[in-house]
Design a protein around this ligand. Structure first.
Ligand code: PEP
Ligand code: MG
Length: 327
């Protein structure tokens, strides 16, 4: 099987009925970027910048951040990279900031990610300058984590734009273009798509956090594993609604949570209209094989009634359909 995945490394992820799926990888450290060449992926759909902070004994200074971002962009070449601003707090506590974060009784829902970044804006200002500097002369794509309401996106973008003006005023080189997007991982944001979508350049659905918040089930608690099922009508209907809104507004939408790296789950996502996945590098081979064997039209027709039926044995139904249809 591994040899078969290797053999199709250069083959495009196109379904049997001709839809090109964008398959990107999730990354976080400099060495992860080699996954682009190894897997033949289309780009990095989620670069988790907090990894550099998590592996450092002290807060990484702007120069060090900028060096990493430039190395990543150099290695990616023409392939797009989406940098997510730091998502710290929650399950990702920094040793050198521990005191403040330990006050959170429920860290996943606590003072983390964009919430922390907008209040302690020195951290995000330095990161903005590092990203803008690293992408001088190229396209920079920035994405914000844990946005729950559009004003948070506006404020984060304004912070970046202020740094851009600061660099410009000093006559230093800037990116050719800056694209701003957001994660959709807090359910509340999906209720604000009419105001959000006209403001963003792209959206990426983080199914890890989204699922834990949608089901009120801790993503790290094994006792709740059965309550945290990606193949359930609740999560799939939710994502389908977001996809329909994004398509209507012409905003590219991807899924970047672990869900997209599992073959049957990825098939279900394609069947509800997702055409862009950012997944763990090891999953690119199996997911690409699934894509190339899939009749997307048939999968969509099969999925409709499953979503509208009462919650039931969706996993068995999808697995049986995949087997019967040579996926
Ligand atoms: C997610 O929540 O789905 C996601 C991709 O982000 P992280 O796993 O880093 O929280
Ligand atoms: Mg998340």
């Amino acid at each position: 099987r591994r040899a078969a995945f290797q053999a199709q490394r250069g083959a495009a992820p196109v379904t049997r009925d001709g839809t090109r799926i964008a398959l990107m990888v999730n990354a976080g450290l400099r060495d992860d970027v080699s996954a682009l060449d190894v897997t033949g992926a289309d780009g990095i759909g989620l670069f988790r910048t907090e990894f550099q902070f998590l592996v450092s004994a002290t807060l990484p200074q702007r120069e060090r951040q900028q060096r990493l971002y430039r190395e990543v962009l150099d290695a990616a070449g023409d392939r797009p990279v989406i940098f997510r601003t730091v998502d710290i707090g929650g399950d990702k506590a920094l040793p050198y900031m521990r005191d403040e974060q330990m006050e959170d009784e429920n860290p996943a829902m606590g003072w983390r990610a964009i919430r922390l970044a907008l209040e302690r804006d020195g951290l995000m200002k330095a990161q903005a300058r590092a990203l803008l500097g690293a992408a001088a002369g190229r396209t920079l794509s920035v994405m914000f984590p844990m946005i729950s309401e559009p004003w948070e996106f506006d404020q984060a973008k304004a912070l970046f734009e202020a740094q851009r003006a600061w660099i410009e005023a000093r006559g230093k080189p800037l990116p050719r273009e800056v694209r701003y997007g957001t994660m959709l991982e807090v359910p509340a944001l999906a209720e604000c798509l009419d105001t959000l979508l006209p403001r963003v350049d792209f959206l990426s659905i983080g199914t890890n956090d989204l699922t834990q918040f949608l089901f009120a089930a801790d993503r790290a608690n094994p006792k709740l594993a059965e309550r945290y099922d990606w193949l359930s009508p609740a999560i799939l209907r939710f994502i389908r609604r977001v996809v329909v809104a994004c398509d209507a507004a012409d905003v590219p939408v991807a899924v970047c949570g672990e869900m997209g790296g599992r073959t049957i789950e990825a098939m279900a996502l394609l069947a509800i209209g997702i055409e862009r996945l950012s997944i763990t590098p090891a999953a690119v081979g199996p997911v690409k094989a699934m894509v190339r064997s899939l009749d997307l039209g048939a999968a969509r027709a099969m999925m409709g009634p499953l979503l509208d039926a009462p919650p039931g044995a969706m996993r068995q139904a999808l697995t049986a359909w995949a087997q019967d249809n040579g996926v």
